[in-house]
Design a protein around this ligand. Sequence first.
Ligand SMILES: O=C(O)CNC(=O)[C@H](CS)NC(=O)CCC(=O)C(=O)O
Length: 270
Amino acid sequence: MKPYLAAAVQMTSLPDLHKNLAQATDLIELAVRRGAELVCLPENFSFLGDESAKIEQAETIGLESEKFIKTMAQRFQITILGGGYPVPAEAGKVYNTALLVAPDGSELARYHKVHLFDVELPDGNIYHESGIVLAGSEIPPIYASPKYGNLGMSVCYDVRFPEFYRALSKAGADVLFVPAAFTAFTGKDHWQVLLQARAIENTTYVIAPAQTGFHNSRRQSHGHALIVDPWGVVLADASIEPGVAVAAIEPSRLDQVRQQMPCLNHRVFG
Ligand SMILES: O=C(O)CNC(=O)[C@H](CS)NC(=O)CCC(=O)C(=O)O
């Protein structure tokens, strides 16, 4: 594995599939122009809107999202993570699915979000993700990329469950993906801290693409797509406008930090 550039895309998705895919296309192109070979899209990149609209259009959104990820990967000859889009499951529900695709358009890894965001926030917003989403039940397999290292997937609210990432790092993860649509309310206090904690405790890179800004009159996302290194240093931060956070992923840095802070070797309780 040689050093390479990765990008965490930051966008403001709306309840409009085609507008979102157009925005994502521009941002992927920007990331590629900046040299990124591994480009990661946030949760809900292809659709962010009411649950009823999402469920009604789930089949189309699911198919179009996968077609889009594969087309972009081939067009730009990059590896793409499509973080979080609905794919019809059983019982009229969907899986919140993340997909990793190779430059030839082939599927490398797939993950169904395990932890669902059923939370009433003090700002009055009520989230009941399990109303339309069926929870996945498995920690995804690591994808061992010869060029980009051992890649581990997750989505958004998963970031609050350290045991999930410990399982990924025990399975050899070098890079953890946390594509998100974090709320502005929780994000201001929790987002960066949680991402740095996951990077530090697992001595891994964390790539966290994000939603930002207003999706409707009530719904605001935190932004700050980040790339964090294994020491916990923020290498790139997309701030609050749509854009990309680009940073180098370096195997020598992984080796160095794991020597300086060998905490993974000192585990006692699993
Ligand atoms: O609801 C939308 O349409 C966009 N958001 C999402 O799809 C998901 C599930 S509701 N959001 C999160 O998991 C936020 C977690 C979070 O913000 C936290 O853990 O604090």
